[in-house]
Design a binder for this molecule. Structure first.
Ligand SMILES: [Ca+2]
Ligand SMILES: [Ca+2]
Ligand SMILES: [Ca+2]
Length: 164
C-alpha cells in the first residue's frame, strides 16, 4: 500500500511540468525501449534496458544507487534536454525545478528510506510505468496500445504521465 501511495505522489509531482498525452508518451516509450526494432516492447526487453540503465547510473558499481548517483545521471540527461532552451532565465528555472523533482523522486522510489535505491526498488516504478503503457494488458506494448490510449484520451478517460 505504501508503495502505491508513493507512486501516486510521484505521478502528481511530475505531471505538472512535463505532462504529455499518454498515447504520445507510449509512442516515445516504444521508440526508446524497442531494442530489437520489431516495433513492440516486451516486458523482458524492457527489463534488460532497465538493468542496463541502472548499471549506468550506479557509478561505483555496488548494485545500489545513492541520491548523488541517481540525480547525477539525471542531471546529465537534463542538461542535454535543456540545450534547446535559449532563454537563460527559463533554463535556470527549469533546471532547478527538475533537479528538485529528481531528488523527490529518489526519496519516493527509495521505499524503505535507507538512502540507497536497489534495483528491486527501481523496478517497482518501472513496472508501474510499463503497465500504464500496456493499455490492453497483454504484457507487450505495441501500436495497438497507442491506439487504445488515444481512444481513451478522446473519451477523456486517459490520463497523462511521465517516465519516472
Ligand atoms: Ca522489441
Ligand atoms: Ca552505487
Ligand atoms: Ca532503499
Amino acid at each position: 500500500m505504501k508503495i502505491l501511495t508513493g507512486l501516486a505522489v510521484l505521478m502528481v509531482l511530475t505531471a505538472g511540468s512535463q505532462a504529455f498525452a499518454a498515447s504520445h508518451q507510449t509512442t516515445i516509450f516504444i521508440e526508446e525501449q524497442d531494442t530489437n526494432k520489431d516495433g513492440q516492447v516486451t516486458l523482458a526487453e524492457f527489463d534488460v534496458e532497465r538493468a542496463d540503465h541502472f548499471k549506468r547510473m550506479d557509478a561505483n558499481g555496488d548494485a545500489s544507487l545513492t541520491e548523488a548517483e541517481y540525480v547525477g545521471e539525471y542531471e546529465a540527461r537534463l542538461n542535454k534536454q535543456l540545450e534547446s532552451v535559449t532563454d537563460a532565465e527559463k533554463k535556470k528555472e527549469q533546471y532547478q525545478r527538475q533537479m528538485r523533482q529528481a531528488k523527490v523522486r529518489f526519496g519516493v522510489l527509495d521505499t524503505n528510506k535507507d538512502a540507497a535505491m536497489t534495483f528491486e526498488e527501481y523496478q517497482v516504478s518501472g513496472h508501474a510505468m510499463f503497465n500504464r503503457h500496456d493499455a490492453d494488458k497483454s504484457g507487450i506494448i505495441t501500436a495497438k496500445d497507442v491506439e487504445l490510449l488515444t481512444e481513451q484520451k478522446k473519451d477523456k478517460k486517459g490520463d497523462d504521465f511521465v517516465n519516472p
